[in-house]
Design a binder for this molecule. Structure first.
Ligand code: F6P
Length: 508
């Protein structure tokens, strides 16, 4: 990939920009801000505060063309097995009304089951074993079976009502136990979300929740259990009635799955209208991604800017800064979406890549982050590209102050202080994404934007963005060491550090 003429042209072009300052790029090009902005669905995206010129964008577009981004986009839409290692399609767009008729049909069928469950539970028609309507839902899942619904419920909390949604992911006993303590088993629905239905943390938490239900309502716990999985047999063996198992298609990756049955807790907590708005917003962004020319395509631009800094400026991190308390889980969600998709060093041909791939994603809510790590952005020694996600302010003056804080940061990061360039160099690039409000529609569009950005990055880096072999090693190591944590017999060949640490924790 990094030997193509298009890649070489960008490397040469970067050398001409190495000493440029964005302040000067704005002075030399007054129409810059107008040209380097895109309306995509309900979102407004300003990408003018970057170390780029119109020539840069042209050369980046040539890179996208040389990597056949439009061809890969078509293959994804056509349901080809672009997840090559698992021989699966990546058709999450079918959950939002695009892609093959068969996949869309399967998605619609599941959506109708979700709607019937949600209506029955929210109306009180579906009651617990002792006749109580459900006041609480406990969503048990981890990774992609947790982060999306958890983010959406927190973001759309103004739409939330009864039942309350609780999320349990970690095997740390406190997470489940602290949740069980505030719930009445007779009025609680437990949803077990696991595509494989064999993720240790999820299964152990589900077993504890099942025992809690049995202690609370007796043997007939069936009305209190729902599963969302691709492994329906295992869910049945666990004791969940067939009619209460929603099938997660094999062509939906975990980190792309909140739009599927995995999102049932969003519908239960926020209502089916809000869930429909989420799908519609994502569908708008899908339509933009699938139709817009590369040079006017928001996910493509974000992906190209990411590659521009990672591969031509040596950036190793990327910050996500949602200026919205209710989007405080957006960095967590994007960490999995970006780093589990593209944190890879083996390309599609099975060869070691000769260039950098996914940057480390981190972030936090603004304006809090300004009083935490923005010091490094302003005066540190690292290049840190960032995405500011900003809500158009409400009439509340605090809301206006928050939005202005975000824009002031992007200006300060870009301009620095020309009177004291050593102390305030500026030239830190940022993209500003403006949402007119925080709603199902705008959140759906935002998350679809990032899904397609990640997909295009994978095309540029010639990697499969849809598997996650790297996590398997950690799981195998944990399985190997688990007996040591209980029985104390440390497996032969365990390194001395791990061995002494196991002995230390066992001592306590
Ligand atoms: O972290 C590995 C992983 O497989 C993720 O890709 C996935 O979202 C998560 O674990 C949970 O997997 P499952 O939905 O199969 O329980």
């Amino acid at each position: 990939m990094n030997t193509t003429p298009e890649w070489q042209a960008l490397a040469a072009h970067q050398r001409t920009l190495r000493d440029a300052h964005m302040r000067d790029l704005f002075t030399q090009d007054p129409g810059r801000a107008q040209r380097m902005a895109i309306e995509a669905g309900p979102l407004f995206i300003d990408y003018s505060k970057h170390c780029i010129t119109s020539e840069t964008l042209l050369l980046l577009t040539h890179l996208a063309q040389s990597c056949d981004v439009t061809g890969w986009r078509q293959r994804m839409l056509a349901g080809e097995a672009i997840n090559t290692s698992e021989r699966r399609a990546a058709l999450h767009v079918a959950l939002r009304g695009a892609g093959s008729a068969a996949a869309q049909g399967e998605a619609r069928a599941t959506l109708e089951v979700m709607r019937s469950i949600s209506n029955a539970v929210r109306s009180g028609v579906w009651k617990g074993a002792t006749g109580k309507p459900f006041t609480d839902v406990i969503h048990i899942g981890i990774g992609g079976s947790d982060l999306g619904p958890r983010l959406a419920v927190e973001a759309l909390t103004s739409h939330a009502g009864t039942p309350r949604a609780h999320f349990v992911a970690n095997i740390d006993p406190h997470e489940l136990d602290d949740t069980l303590r505030v719930c009445d088993p007779a009025a609680t629905l437990v949803i077990v979300i696991s595509k494989s239905f064999d993720t240790v943390e999820t299964i152990i938490n589900a077993q504890h929740a099942r025992s809690w239900l049995e202690a609370g309502v007796g043997r007939n716990i069936a009305p209190h259990l729902v599963a969302v999985t691709n492994n329906t047999e295992a869910a049945g063996t666990f004791g969940i009635p067939d009619t209460q198992i929603l099938r997660m298609p094999e062509w939906v990756g975990g980190r792309f799955s909140l739009w599927s049955g995995v999102g049932l807790s969003i519908m239960l907590a926020c209502g089916s209208e809000t869930f429909d708005a989420l799908l519609a917003g994502a569908g708008e962004m899908d339509a933009h991604f699938l139709a817009a020319p590369l040079e006017r395509n928001a996910p493509v631009i974000l992906a190209l800017l990411s590659a521009w800094y990672v591969n031509f400026w040596g950036a190793q991190v990327h910050a996500v800064l949602p200026y919205s308390k209710r989007l405080n889980l957006l960095p967590d969600y994007l960490q999995q979406l970006e780093m589990e998709s593209n944190g890879k060093r083996i390309d599609r041909a099975g060869k070691l890549v000769a260039y950098a791939t996914a940057p480390v994603i981190f972030g936090n809510v603004g304006a809090n982050s300004q009083h935490s790590f923005h010091q490094l952005f302003h005066q540190g020694t690292h290049l840190v590209p960032s995405d500011f996600v900003v809500m158009a302010p409400t009439p509340d003056p605090r809301s206006r102050m928050l939005a202005i804080n975000a824009l002031a940061q992007t200006a300060a990061l870009m301009n620095g202080d020309a009177s004291d360039p050593a102390a305030y160099p500026g030239n830190q690039p940022s993209t500003t994404i403006v949402l007119p409000s925080l709603s199902g529609r705008t959140l759906g569009a935002l998350l679809s934007l990032y899904e397609h950005k990640v997909f295009v990055e994978g095309v540029l880096w010639n990697i499969n963005s849809f598997d996650q072999p790297g996590v398997e090693l950690g799981k195998r190591m944990a399985t190997t060491l688990l007996p040591a944590a209980t029985l104390g017999d440390v497996p032969h060949g365990t390194d001395s550090s791990t061995r002494s640490l196991i002995e230390r924790i066992n001592r306590n």
